[in-house]
Design a protein around this ligand. Structure first.
Ligand SMILES: Nc1ncnc2c1ncn2[C@@H]1O[C@H](COP(=O)(O)OP(=O)(O)OP(=O)(O)O)[C@@H](O)[C@H]1O
Ligand SMILES: [Mg+2]
Length: 255
């Protein structure tokens, strides 16, 4: 389970983010970048944020702390910006909070991560099919001399088909990953060694603990996956099968 906090003040929208995330203060005196449940991208991007973010953390990558954040109705009432007010009104209940890294700089290549860090981030993106780490949108922050990975909402795109199609773990297992546009391609090293090291940690127990952090309310029932438990099992199977299919997606070739 993620820690749960309640928003006390909406501070400012982050207009550079496509989903209009906002900086929000909470009752634990923390400041968070909030990804709203009512944003046009839907709840599945929040699921991907939690699954991939917590997987990254478990594998030792630097990712900001994640919380679930309750948005009281009163927060929207004091908001003057109509677009923001609409988004707040569309997002009652549980939203995603990403610990704000104050003063963090966007990644521009001037200070690279180590080869090992770069390899781990690229491996994670290939494993989870995260296409959103390119030079036009690096989704990496520099903070306290460290490269932090953010914004994993585009990963696990297979789940966008679930409302209509049956889960198909085999298809995901075989889906290649195009690394040629990846922002860390030039810095990363031998991904086979990285795969051997990281994949050894990704087992049922780890995936179940990561999936347990996803709030039930974000796992919308579908015909084929009628309960949060069924959805969690499907995510777990997709990720376990993908590990087995490493030869299809590992940049640089089979492990
Ligand atoms: N934890 C954080 N600390 C500091 N700044 C952050 C944090 N999270 C996000 N940001 C800033 O906000 C921007 C938008 O965040 P993010 O990429 O997560 O949102 P998004 O709506 O998913 O964006 P995109 O347009 O890439 O899909 C980031 O590029 C970064 O500048
Ligand atoms: Mg982004």
């Amino acid at each position: 389970m993620l820690e749960h906090v309640t928003a006390t003040r909406y501070v400012v929208p982050l207009r550079e983010g496509g989903s209009l995330p906002g900086v929000v203060e909470a009752d634990d005196l923390g400041t968070y970048v909030v990804k709203f449940s009512g944003a046009g991208q839907g709840l599945k991007v929040l699921v991907a944020e939690v699954v991939v973010g917590e997987l990254a953390r478990a594998l030792g990558l630097a990712v900001p702390r994640l919380v679930t954040i309750e948005l009281p109705a009163a927060i929207a009432r004091y908001e003057a910006d109509e677009e923001v007010q609409d988004l707040l009104n569309a997002s009652p209940g549980t939203n995603l909070g990403v610990d704000l890294l104050p003063g963090a700089l966007g990644y521009d290549g001037s200070r690279s991560p180590t080869t090992e860090e770069a390899s781990r981030i690229l491996w994670l993106d290939a494993f989870t099919a995260n296409v959103d780490r390119t030079w036009s949108n690096p989704n990496l922050l520099l903070w306290h001399r460290q490269v932090w990975a953010i914004d994993h909402g585009a990963a696990l795109y297979f789940h966008h088909g679930w409302p209509s199609r049956s889960p198909d773990a085999d298809r995901f297992a075989r889906q290649p990953f195009r690394a040629d546009q990846h922002v860390l391609l030039e810095v990363a090293g031998d991904l086979r060694a990285t795969h051997d090291e990281l994949a050894a940690h990704v087992d049922t127990a780890l995936l179940d603990s990561v999936l347990a952090a996803v709030p039930d309310a974000w796992l919308e029932p579908t015909h084929q996956l009628p309960s949060p438990a069924a959805a969690r099992t499907a995510y777990r199977e997709h990720l376990l099968r993908r590990l087995e299919g490493v030869g299809h997606w590992l940049p640089g070739g089979a492990a």
